[in-house]
Design a protein around this ligand. Structure first.
Ligand code: DOR
Ligand code: ZN
Length: 345
């Protein structure tokens, strides 16, 4: 008999959907699995106003195939000196679900990011007051700090002070990659949570150098050593509601990844729930997948659980090596592998 897993429909609490032809190519991959997604604002130019976010939301809705119900949840890209009134108004009008802190130059399209968190303290004050979550790319950008230490150093240098200064601010420490982040979030107050990606649960930093340079395993924050991966797996499968699903699916055309300065980002949307299912099955925790994927995120954001359900079937599921997109190709996470769970509907 086929083994089936029925889950309340999940949401993706961190995704890059891009814009234009790439958006058109990737939107369905997220929308067919997830009912809602927190959409990153790191476009060129970044989404810094409610009007820009509302227009982007319409472009996303138009890119999703008819018949697929999908709700994009928009975020505001925080810049130095951003006017808190814009955030409060956008949140009040139901356009901004959250706001995103990219330290300047931390990652793709973050040149307009925040140079010093004190530059956004008025915004954080307003967000704390109205209960609007702050989403954090938690890495220092100091090039004197080893790239594998930048998340842990961010906790010490920046996050601890912010949390002390805004103790009631809802914070999502996004795409955590270290045991340091797991420990910090676990021990913090209930208004502090974290998302965990499929890839940081599946690979450690060796994957990037396995027999040669493997650009399709390069993302930011970069995968860390095995002890960190194991801490992430333990956190994700623990049933602790502070840890929930966020894919950080980040498509880049193959030629921009396989380049002398390749882009950071792993495109995992097409097989995201299958990838998480593999991790949870390996950990003997399939019964905890639904909380992580479908319950803890909405509860943290104060949103209703999705009313419908999805089915996964235990069946060999080959992942293509490449997927055509926007006049080029994307290499999906798990390319060329056979996964053992299949998303049915
Ligand atoms: O690997 C990443 N890719 N990390 C990020 O923070 C940004 C993302 C992207 O936009 O490509
Ligand atoms: Zn991201």
């Amino acid at each position: 008999m086929t083994e089936r897993l029925r889950l309340r429909r999940p949401d993706d609490w961190h995704v890059h959907l891009r814009d234009g032809p790439m958006l058109a190519a990737v939107a369905d991959a997220t929308a067919r699995q997830f009912a809602r997604a927190i959409v990153m604002p790191n476009l060129k130019p970044p989404v810094t106003t409610a009007a820009a976010a509302a227009a982007y939301r319409e472009r996303i809705r138009a890119a999703v195939s008819p018949g697929i119900a999908f709700e994009p949840l928009m975020t505001c890209y925080l810049v130095d000196g951003i006017n808190p009134d814009e955030l409060v108004r956008g949140h009040g009008e139901g356009i901004f679900t959250a706001a995103k802190l990219y330290p300047a130059h931390a990652t793709t399209n973050s040149a307009h990011g925040v140079t010093d968190v004190r530059q956004i303290y008025p915004a954080l004050d307003a967000m704390q007051r109205i209960g609007m979550p702050l989403l954090i790319h938690g890495e220092v950008t100091d090039h004197n700090v080893d790239i594998f230490d930048r998340e842990a150093v961010f906790i010490e240098r920046t996050l601890k002070t912010m949390v002390a200064d805004f103790p009631a601010l809802k914070i999502v420490f996004e795409h955590i990659t270290t045991k340091d982040a797991v420990d910090f979030v676990r021990d913090a107050s209930p208004n502090i949570a974290a998302t965990i990606t499929p890839h940081h649960l599946a690979i450690n930093r060796n994957a990037m150098f396995d027999g040669g340079m493997r650009p399709h395993f390069y993302c930011l924050p970069v995968a860390k050593r095995e002890l960190h991966r194991l801490a992430l797996r333990a956190a994700a499968t623990s049933g602790n509601p502070k840890f929930f699903l966020g894919t950080d699916s980040a498509p880049h055309a193959v030629e921009t990844k396989e380049a002398d300065c390749g882009c950071a980002g792993i495109y995992n949307a097409p097989f995201a729930i299958e990838s998480y299912a593999r991790t949870f099955a390996e950990e003997g925790a399939l019964d905890r997948l639904e909380g992580f994927a479908s319950e803890f995120g909405p509860r943290f954001y104060g949103l209703p659980l999705n009313p419908d359900f999805i089915t996964l079937e235990r069946a060999p599921t080959p992942v293509p090596g490449r997927i055509s997109a926007a006049g080029s190709e994307l290499v999906p996470f798990h390319a060329g592998e056979v996964l053992d769970w299949r998303f049915v509907a």
